[in-house]
Ligand binder design. Sequence first.
Ligand code: NAP
Length: 247
Amino acid sequence: MLLDNKTAIVTGGSRGIGRAICINLAKEGANIVTCYSNGADAANETVKMCEEFGVKAIAVKANVACEADVEALVNKAKEEFGSIDILVNNAGITKDNLMLKMTSDDFSDVIDTNLKGAFMMLKHVSKIMLRQKSGHIINISSVVGLRGNAGQVNYSASKAGMIGMTKSAAKELGSRGITVNAVAPGFIETDMTAKLPESVVSENLKSIPMKCLGNVNDVANLVAFLGSDNARYITGQVICVDGGMAM
Ligand code: NAP
């Protein structure tokens, strides 16, 4: 299979896009290390779903915004599996509000989880990948990081930051056989989008040429490709999975 004997860390694998990424990577033969912040039962469910494909999987409680948790997660993955071949920075939150009503705490919380969390994962995992001289890193950004969105200055700043970080890291790590890419999903049906009012969903649908929302596997299929050696010469790219929304 595409990812036989590989090990992947996927942050935020308890549900939504992260769970689908874990399952897709497991289906291709990768052992899975995932983390969650609160959803222990759901994360253990993801582990069981991965194990059905005959791979090993573990779920660790780790807040990606906390560097001690990040280090413990990366050390656990290395101890259990010996190598880390794929990192998917997927964990993310929203705290939406119009800019004038947004508190500084709501701005910082989103940046700390979505951007600083991804940075700390990138830093600690790339130390291991540099020694291996191989690895594939995929940052889950958003079309909102490319286009902006009213009510999401914190979220769009975090996702645009991930794109800059992806390109800089790709330049730092490319000569050592490590690729770094960003995936920018559009409107994907998950818990994150379920809390949006129907009017926002129908308004967004108007700007999607394919006239439907995406599903979690649309994103997970691309991640499995970018995490494989079939994508060995692709780095520093931002690939939208959005039904044409951001073009
Ligand atoms: P979701 O359903 O809300 O799931 C978020 C996941 O992240 C959960 O597993 C959650 O764990 C985990 N998480 C949140 N904060 C964390 C933290 N501090 N430390 C560790 N894990 C944490 O979200 P989703 O819709 O699947 O989105 C996944 C990623 O895709 C996010 O980065 C999001 O910004 C991005 N994205 C989504 C869409 C969309 O339309 N859905 C579009 C563009 C980009 P718990 O279960 O423990 O809370």
